[in-house]
Design a protein around this ligand. Structure first.
Ligand SMILES: Cc1cc2nc3c(=O)[nH]c(=O)nc-3n(C[C@H](O)[C@H](O)[C@H](O)COP(=O)(O)OP(=O)(O)OC[C@H]3O[C@@H](n4cnc5c(N)ncnc54)[C@H](O)[C@@H]3O)c2cc1C
Length: 438
């Protein structure tokens, strides 16, 4: 009986464990998944969670509910000591405990890349986790409530100014969805007008959405600008102290909400706290069959996949490329890794991971989207419908698909829920004050 430990139950880890359960018998392996969040976050839904089109809980896929034969430990792996075949886990209570394994699968994903820009750590928020998406939504909804009782002026303008930093996939999707929510909210706030909204997307490069070619990228900019947004290309955020945004172009404005979506960095635990080989950027070195280590000298009993691994892209035109860090690869690598582990345990050869891209599809807010597959480009409503169709099929398990679809259908009939639940951050206030004014 092999003890298989999976570090991280996100996309790759969840699919690896799920497929290990299906492939290996209970007498062949005992599987353990360790993750501080005992759920897989379906990150492509976060922009719609922010916009209130998807219920927050529906973007979180419970590991315990769906991994029937797997032990789930809620904790953070703080060290992988492969020489001792042991992981050190910090539990949610802060205690460290050791867990021995025969085989380790490292699928801890990446973290949000940050830069030491004054004011960002104090004022900005990321968009990689469910709680961030919920907080972004509540902040915008609360800002509408506050702005609606103010006369036109600087404070009202500040409250309704939103800044996204990063014009990659997640930044553009989040920006488009939040813009869609804000525009829709105006119907319920007769005190406010479209001119009160100020949405800024800041991107250091000369174009957004590097995943699509130049023409569709320019169309996305035009789409956002036609809906009232300001897209700042070739521009960097210089400072965000006290929510006062200063751009490298010289523009300055106050912004109630600053969302940081400027890409990924290596997971620090993987980059620094393991004796497994990592590359110069802190990503695990893996061969094409997803075994850790160089192709000609794999490390025994260590596997990795997803955003924390530098996986050779055998489908790329040019040699030496790595697979793009996205869900398309993470899911398939998780499954592939499970198949290869089963092969090795049964004395069979492994297979290389090869996956040509299926194209890119992004939401830009309700009714707006972009899809590209080689030279085929679909824009607007059809692309948005493709986005929804693709993701409702892609979210794991029927239980999740039904919940998400039911949410979309009820939103189609009744509209979005537009109430801020920001008070959940202070749940005892009403009880303690007993109705007394602040
Ligand atoms: C807003 C947003 C939208 C996106 N939209 C798309 C899209 O439309 N299409 C697409 O293809 N991709 C999309 N992506 C990218 C995609 O979600 C990621 O590439 C994918 O999640 C990577 O999977 P992973 O398993 O490597 O990492 P993750 O899914 O991030 O999972 C990593 C897991 O490891 C856990 N973990 C981290 N550190 C530790 C530790 N020390 N110990 C234990 N556990 C740990 C984390 O809690 C997490 O559960 C989007 C990403 C974001 C943020």
């Amino acid at each position: 009986m092999k003890r298989i430990v999976v570090v991280g139950g996100g996309y790759s880890g969840f699919y690896a464990a799920w497929n290990l359960e299906k492939t290996l018998g209970p007498d062949e392996a005992r599987i353990t998944v360790i993750d501080p969040r005992p759920y897989m976050t379906y990150q492509p839904f976060l922009p719609e969670v922010m916009a209130g089109s998807i219920e927050a809980r529906h973007a979180a896929v419970s590991l315990r509910r769906h991994l029937k034969r797997t032990r789930v430990i809620a904790g953070q792996v703080v060290r992988v000591e492969h020489a001792r075949k042991t992981v050190v886990i910090r539990t949610t209570d802060g205690d460290d405990l050791e867990l021995a394994y025969d085989l380790v699968v490292v699928t801890a994903g990446a973290v949000t890349r940050t830069f030491p820009i004054p004011g960002v750590a104090e004022n900005a928020i990321g968009m990689k986790h469910v709680e961030e998406a919920v907080a972004i939504r509540d902040t915008l909804l609360t800002a509408f409530d506050r702005a609606s009782v103010l006369p036109p002026g600087a404070e009202r303008r500040r409250l309704l100014t939103v800044t996204f930093v990063g014009g990659g996939f997640s930044g553009v999707e989040g920006f488009g969805e939040l813009l869609s929510l804000a525009t829709g909210l105006l119907r319920s706030y007769p005190e406010l007008t479209p001119a009160d909204l100020s949405f800024h997307l800041v991107e250091a490069a000369g174009r957004i959405l590097p995943e699509v070619t130049d023409g569709p990228g320019r169309w996305v900019v035009r789409n956002l600008e036609s809906r009232g947004a300001h897209v700042h290309l070739s521009t960097q955020l210089v400072s965000a102290v006290d929510g006062h945004v200063v751009l490298s172009s010289g523009e300055e404005f106050d912004s109630e909400l600053i969302v940081w979506a400027a890409g990924n960095a290596a997971n620090p635990v993987v980059a620094r706290n393991t004796d497994l080989p990592v590359d110069e950027r802190g990503y695990l070195v893996v061969g094409a069959d997803l075994r850790v280590g160089p192709r000609d000298a794999p490390v025994a009993d260590a596997w990795a996949a997803g955003d924390d691994a530098a996986v050779p892209d055998l489908a790329a035109d040019l040699p030496g490329r790595r697979t793009v860090p996205n869900a398309q690869h993470a899911v398939r690598q998780g499954r592939h890794l499970a198949m290869n582990i089963a092969a090795v345990l049964r004395g069979r050869p492994t297979k290389d991971y090869v996956h040509p891209s299926l194209g890119v599809v992004a939401t830009l807010g309700v009714g707006h989207g972009i899809f590209q597959y080689h030279r085929i480009v679909v824009k607007g409503l059809p692309a948005w419908l493709m986005h929804r169709g693709y993701h409702v099929l892609a979210v794991p398990t029927w239980e999740r698909k039904v919940r998400v679809l039911a949410g979309w259908l009820s939103m189609g009939v009744f509209g979005r829920d537009i109430v801020s639940l920001a008070n959940v951050q202070h749940p005892r206030d009403a009880f303690v004050r007993g109705g007394a004014p602040d």
